[in-house]
Design a binder for this molecule. Structure first.
Ligand SMILES: C[S@@+](CC[C@H](N)C(=O)[O-])C[C@H]1O[C@@H](n2cnc3c(N)ncnc32)[C@H](O)[C@@H]1O
Length: 336
């Protein structure tokens, strides 16, 4: 039985553990022995603080961490309680100490935070890693505040384990529509003129304004309260790992890191405390066997928001005129 009744167009994954038992059974639950060949491309169910102690050293090429932020939050019955900054710093150090030995020398690290925890994590991080950048993700969601500015951002710390790391710039360029097409001697300057529109592939900055949070009509959406978009993870994974590398997420949630890694030809390992979230992860991993699409990442480039029409053009190989005839311009609600 589905937990809530929903419309046919609502693709949200939201089944109970009982319903998803066959998916949960694919996860690792035995914490005794966790060699590399046992954990590869797997979801491990359990407490990350106990499990990380048992993982092999130096197996991670790319670490993506989306820990509980310092907010009171209910993760399917398991509650994280807001605490003071000092205690949150200790909590952060506790998992950083455990994860540091798991990193390869040339590993890269991304850590997600809100603006308050960003300050705390930013203080602790340099003790363990080389901080390279702080990315700001424009995250549009939530009600407006009555006596304050509504929060519309999250931070992502980018760090490396040493002075050598992977950065695939060409793989993370952002495709933008050319608003004022400038030509020199009749030729486009720094942009492409194609039958399907005029575009410019631009170098990505540390301000990411092209990723929407998942919502009900997207196949990647689950009922997890703090799910990250696959497009956001795809940027980190494409920039900071190569095909066949191992991506590790010690607070896996609904599996977004593992699923995106799989879609992009990387190996993955994830740990999650909640059994139902583990089952949703496995369902998504199964879906990725037949559909490796990442919404907003089409034709090998990242597209700015509200360009789904243009992305379809590229995918279907239709010209602008044909697109108009086919009425693709009406695709307005999907924004990634
Ligand atoms: C911010 S969410 C991660 C969301 C994830 N990035 C996604 O896209 O779905 C943090 C997750 O960490 C899990 N968690 C919290 N404490 C944990 C622990 N000690 N061991 C394993 N997982 C834990 C929570 O259940 C929650 O799903």
């Amino acid at each position: 039985m589905a937990r809530t009744s929903k419309s046919d167009r609502n693709k949200t994954i939201d089944f109970s553990l009982e319903e998803g038992q066959e998916y949960f059974d694919r996860c690792i639950t035995d914490e005794k022995d966790l060699p590399l060949n046992t954990i590869m491309n797997k979801t491990i169910n359990g407490d990350t603080f106990k499990i990380m102690e048992k993982l092999p050293k130096k197996f991670v090429d790319l670490l993506i961490v989306d820990p509980p932020y310092n907010l009171s939050k209910d993760y399917n019955g398991s509650k994280f309680k807001k605490t003071d900054d000092e205690s949150y710093a200790k909590y952060t150090e506790q998992w950083l100490k455990l994860v540091a030995p798991l990193l390869k020398d040339e590993a890269s690290v991304y850590i997600c935070c809100d603006w308050k925890t960003s300050v705390v994590i930013g203080r602790v991080l340099p003790k363990y890693l080389n901080v390279r950048n702080r990315i700001t993700w424009q995250r549009e969601k939530g009600r407006g505040a009555k006596e304050n500015w509504k929060n519309g951002l999250e931070d992502i710390w980018f760090a490396t384990n040493s002075g050598r790391w992977t950065f695939n710039l060409e793989d993370v360029k952002v495709r933008k529509k050319v608003i004022a097409p400038y030509k020199e001697e009749g030729k486009p300057k720094d942009w492409q003129e194609t039958e399907k529109g005029n575009f410019r592939d631009t170098c990505p900055s540390n301000f990411w304004d092209d990723c929407s949070i998942p919502y009900w009509s997207m196949p990647e959406n689950t009922a997890h309260p703090t799910q990250k978009p696959e497009k956001l993870l795809a940027k980190m994974i494409l920039a900071s790992s190569n095909k066949g590398d191992v991506v590790f997420d010690p607070f896996l949630g609904s599996g977004s890191t593992s699923v995106t890694a799989k879609k992009l030809g990387r190996k993955f390992v994830g740990i999650e405390l909640d059994k139902t979230y583990c089952a949703w992860t496995e369902k998504r991993l199964e879906m990725a066997d037949t559909d490796d699409e990442i919404q907003g990442y089409t034709d090998g480039v990242f597209w700015e928001r509200n360009t789904l029409g243009e992305q379809k053009k590229v995918k279907t190989n239709l010209s602008t005129k044909q697109m108009k005839e086919e009425n693709y311009g009406q695709i307005a609600f999907a924004t990634n």
